[in-house]
Each structure stands twice: as C-alpha cells, then as structure tokens.
Design a protein around this ligand. Structure first.
Ligand code: NAD
Length: 284
C-alpha cells in the first residue's frame, strides 16, 4: 500500500477563498508544493497576487494565480470561476477559507452585570448590521462559492470541499456571539453538504482551527505593542493544554489529509479540531 502521507495533487485544481490571509495562504502553498494548481481568491486582490507570486517563485510543482473575488457576490464568484476555468480547468478541491469576526458584533464584557460602566458596549448594544455582516461573511461566504464551484465537481474523481469552522462552533466564546453562531452554522453546513453530495462523489469536511494569532484577532489577544498578552490572550493559553498558540503551518497537514482521496476517501462530514487540546479540556 502506498504511504498515504505523501500527498500528490498533481493535475488537480484547488480553489481557495480568503487565500490572501494568514491560514489559507499557507494551505495554498502546500497544495502547490504537492503538485496542484492553486487559484487564490480574495477580496484583497493585492494580497492574493502577492501570495501567488511567492508560491510561483518558490519552485513549487504546481502553479498559483490570484483572483479578485467577493465571496458574498455571486457575480464576482462566477467571474473568478470563469477565469480559473480558462487558466487551470475545472475545480477539483474547494477550500472555503474566507471568514472572520467584526468589532461591531463583539461585546466588551464577558458576563453581564448590574453595575457595568456606562461606556461598556454590552450585548444590548451590538449592531444588528454587524451581526448580519458576520453571519453573511462566514455562512453565505461559504454557501455561495460552493454553489458556483461544486456544480462542476460533481462526478470528478477525488472532488471534495473543505470548510473552515472554529473552536467556538463547539462551545461559544464569550463576547462574540455572532462569530460563534456563524461558525456553528459552518460545522452544521459541512455535515449537510457531506450528506447532500454523498451520492455524487463529492466529500465535504471542515477544519476547526484553535487559536492562532492573525490580523483579525491580534488586538483581542495582545496589547498595542503586540507582545504583551491581554487577559483574554492569557486565558486562551491557560485553557489550551499544550500551552501555546497554534501556527498557520499546523493547519496544513490536517487539511491535506482531508483533501487527499488516497488518505481520506471514507472521511465525510467531520469537523477536525486543530487546537492543542482546547476543545477537549474542561479547564479543571
Ligand atoms: P485573515 O484575516 O488572515 O484572512 C482572511 C482573508 O479573507 C483576508 O485575506 C480577507 O481579505 C479575506 N476576505 C474577507 N472578506 C472577504 C470576502 N467577502 N470575500 C473574499 N475574501 C474575503 O484570517 P485567517 O486567520 O487566515 O482566517 C482564515 C479562516 O480561518 C477564517 O474563516 C477564520 O474565521 C478561520 N479561523 C481563524 C482562526 C484564527 O485563530 N486565526 C481560528 C479559527 C478559525
């Protein structure tokens, strides 16, 4: 039997949304190293192009190209789809990586109290538009690209979808009800898609990253110097049995495993935590 951990995605087209960001750029690079052509989609076209240039300059076996794409607009996704099809052919593997939280959907306090300072942005002050933004970015931003790309994945050997959930999908984190709910919806949708496409050979799984330092959460974890942990950052480390933040590189192995037909052909509908034990720990 071939060693399932030598991944070979030669000839595959992998489409990744949010690919200009911290986690998905690393995943894209590894798919290219394993032979796939990678299409990097991002609202920030410059970021996607920069990652593509770096991958192409690295001597990776597969080619990379950046595409402007807003995962919330079908027309934008369709335009990216058409360009990718012309450049690389139909999509084999879709990684729905675009997502995140927004300060407008984040409360200041962990617990409601009767005597909160007046300037506290509490649960009662959350902006409905902010909550809607977060739900749309994560949930619709996964559903719409799937509608556009999965059509041509049906019947393609080894086709599969990887969604990006989070720790807070298992147990919600304080302060961020919208992001927690939206990622819970992603886990649920992952199972839904796995079942829905099970007769047509398209598997669907998700990764649930633990705590990494990224652009979108650095100010929640660290003081302005970006070195001193805030109490929330300290709490996260205390509740991560392995006692540290994760690295973006550590998301790669589990993702390639799930995407690899040789390694994971019967794995369908799972949400794989990559979290240093956070979701296994009760804190006691
Ligand atoms: P990041 O902010 O570095 O990257 C996110 C990327 O998505 C950015 O390049 C951004 O431009 C892009 N994006 C935002 N809105 C978009 C839109 N409408 N259309 C297309 N692209 C858009 O974040 P990251 O940490 O790399 O996060 C990647 C995924 O991992 C997200 O789904 C995030 O929710 C999830 N996640 C992150 C962590 C963490 O600790 N960093 C933990 C769990 C889950």
């Amino acid at each position: 039997m071939a060693n399932p951990f030598v991944h070979d995605f030669t000839g595959k087209t992998v489409v990744l949304t949010g690919a200009g960001g911290v986690i998905i750029s690393k995943i894209a690079e590894s798919f290219a190293q394993a032979g796939a052509n990678v299409a990097l989609l991002d609202l920030n076209e410059e970021a996607a192009n920069k990652v593509a240039e770096e991958i192409n300059a690295s001597g990776a076996a597969g080619k990379a190209a950046g595409y402007l794409c807003n995962v919330l607009e079908l027309e934008s996704i369709q335009a990216a789809h058409d360009a990718i099809k012309a450049d690389f052919g139909p999509c084999d593997i879709l990684v729905n990586g675009a997502g995140g939280n927004n300060p407008r959907a984040t409360a200041d306090n962990e617990f409601h109290e009767v005597d909160l300072p007046e300037d506290t942005k509490s649960f009662f002050d959350l902006d409905p538009a902010g909550v809607e933004f977060v739900f749309n970015l994560n949930f619709l931003g996964t559903l719409l690209p799937t509608q556009v790309f999965a059509k041509e994945m049906v019947g393609r050997e080894g086709a599969n979808i990887i969604n990006v959930s989070s720790m807070n999908a298992f147990t919600p984190l304080t302060k961020i009800p919208a992001y927690s709910g939206a990622k819970a919806a992603i886990s649920n949708f992952t199972q839904w898609l796995a079942v829905h496409f099970s007769h047509v050979g398209v598997r669907c799984n998700a990764i649930a990253p633990g705590f990494l330092v990224s652009n979108q959460n650095i100010d929640l974890m660290f003081e302005a110097d970006h070195e001193t942990l805030k109490p929330r950052g300290e709490k996260i480390i205390r509740n991560t049995p392995m006692g540290r933040f994760g690295e973006a590189e550590e998301m790669v192995g589990p993702t390639l495993f799930l995407a690899d037909e040789k390694a994971a052909s019967f794995v369908n509908g799972v949400v794989l935590p990559i979290d240093g034990g956070f979701s296994a720990y009760s804190g006691v």
